[in-house]
Design a protein around this ligand. Structure first.
Ligand code: UDX
Length: 441
């Protein structure tokens, strides 16, 4: 089968490369000439472990191509995936669908033979039907069906998530489209991956319902962490005690500075807006959106407290900038809330991230010094702050930190350090929700 994937961003690139690994012929199309040139030269524009090998292998095998023009590949395609961006629309929080609709119009003109048009981008309920209407209007003779096939890929483990998903969700309206989609995911049968066929609207909503639920789950444990700090309990034990109940499950109960990334902030907001449009109020999700924004901003106060109530003139070492490890993605990272606030309060900031510094620099105040490793970041710092839980930071021992830093305050927003050991070594160790540790002084 021949596939065309429109949009070579995170989702398009990973999906296209993985489908080519399944053995299909995949053409990835993107308007960005520089991006296509660099992909053809073997350079991957995003940081995703394993993606470079996967792309190189399938390009060499002749199954994966990159180009700026969509005409010929759409004409030959059995399925065309729309994987363009759906950012939050400026001003109103709705998902911006202009790229999806523009792509639909372009595809329509070049369709030839029966083709399934699949939305892979995260799109609000009703979008699939609008895509169908646009294609029909642009090319009344086109022989096509639309399908919805949301992605559930986590940055940093996207290839594994594609190859070994918990489930595949597909919204279709005809047997012909169902057959094409079933054939595309047949390679997953060997793992007995559940494939849920449903309607367009249901499939579109599943994506938002799932992401918003995870955002709720994270916010719930973050609020429990707040409560643990007040009552002297340990949130890790609370999470463990909750998570062992199989109805709850242990995953996504790690407390932190608040969720970020390319999906949760945008998708929670878009779900709230969709509900509003249909006269419903998803109050829980509404609350989570507000709480998470406040939480990220409030992390600055922990740093100020650790610095003795005032950061003016103090040197603060920031370990980690990306919204999570194994990615260079800065979108909605808590670092973007915390760092400008600290700079505005007079702090001298040194920052280090193993992958995200190039992405971070244009988004952060000019006065920040970016260092080439964790050691030079920590050198002579009054306060160390962990924002992203990169593995290389976990190895920092109290003795090493003592030697490098001038001060003795550590703000561990991901709870990666052995808190007892840090406290024993004389550090003022501020964490998330582990109030009981103070007893180890
Ligand atoms: C997410 C979804 O997991 C994925 O299914 C979806 O399709 C895209 O969005 P991603 O944004 O890559 O993936 O990262 P994820 O690992 O889900 O983390 C999202 C945010 O939640 C990060 O800021 C992370 O730090 C935070 N998080 C996650 C927590 O604070 N605690 C947790 O227990 C888990």
């Amino acid at each position: 089968m021949n596939l065309t994937v429109i949009g070579s961003g995170y989702v398009g690139l990973v999906s296209g490369a993985c489908f080519s690994e399944f053995g299909f012929n995949v053409t990835c199309v993107d308007k960005d000439e520089a991006k296509i040139d660099s992909l053809n030269a073997g350079a991957i524009p995003i940081y995703e472990p394993g993606l470079d090998d996967l792309v190189a292998r399938n390009m060499a095998a002749g199954r994966l191509k990159f180009q700026t023009e969509l005409a010929d590949s759409v004409a030959d395609a059995d399925a065309v995936f729309i994987a363009v961006g759906t950012p939050t629309r400026r001003g109103d929080g709705h998902a911006d669908l202009s790229y999806v609709y523009a792509a639909s119009e372009e595809i329509a003109a070049h369709l030839s033979g029966y083709t399934v048009i699949v939305t892979k981008s995260t799109v609000p309920v009703g979008t699939g039907r609008n895509v169908a209407a646009i294609i029909k209007k642009t090319n009344p003779d086109a022989d096509f069906d639309v399908a919805s096939n949301p992605e559930f890929l986590r940055e940093g483990s996207a290839i594994n998530d594609f190859m070994r998903p918990d489930r595949v969700v597909v919204g279709v309206e005809s047997d012909a489209a169902r057959d094409v989609m079933a054939a595309l995911y047949r390679p997953l049968n060997i793992r007995e991956t559940p494939i849920l066929f449903t309607t367009l609207e249901t499939s579109e909503l599943i994506k938002y319902a799932a992401n918003a639920f995870l955002a709720v789950k994270i916010s719930y444990i973050n609020q429990m962490a707040d409560l643990c700090e007040a009552v002297g309990a340990d949130v890790h034990d609370v999470a463990k005690g909750m998570g062992l109940d199989q109805r709850i499950g242990a995953k996504f109960l790690h407390p932190g500075p608040g969720y970020g990334g390319s999906c949760f902030p945008k998708d929670t907001l878009a779900l709230v807006k969709t509900a509003e449009d249909f006269g419903r109020d998803v109050t829980i999700v509404n609350d989570v959106v507000r709480y998470n924004a406040e939480r990220k901003a409030s992390m600055t106060d922990r740093v100020i407290t650790a610095a003795g109530g005032d950061v003016d003139g103090k040197t603060i070492a920031i370990l980690g900038l990306a919204f999570k490890p194994e990615t260079d993605d800065m979108r909605d990272s808590p670092a973007l809330d915390i760092l400008p606030r600290l700079v505005a309060s007079g702090a001298q900031i040194k920052a280090y991230d193993p992958a995200a510094m190039d992405q971070a620099k244009p988004l952060l105040p000019d006065s920040i010094t970016f260092t080439k490793n964790a050691a030079s970041c920590l050198a002579d710092a009054d306060v160390a702050v962990v924002i992203t839980e990169w593995n290389e930071f976990r190895a920092l021992t109290p003795a090493a930190m003592k030697q490098m830093m001038r001060g003795k305050a550590i703000v561990d927003l991901r709870n990666i350090f052995d808190g007892k050991a840090m406290i024993k070594a004389g550090f003022d160790y501020i964490n998330i929700g582990r109030a009981g540790l103070a007893a180890h002084r």
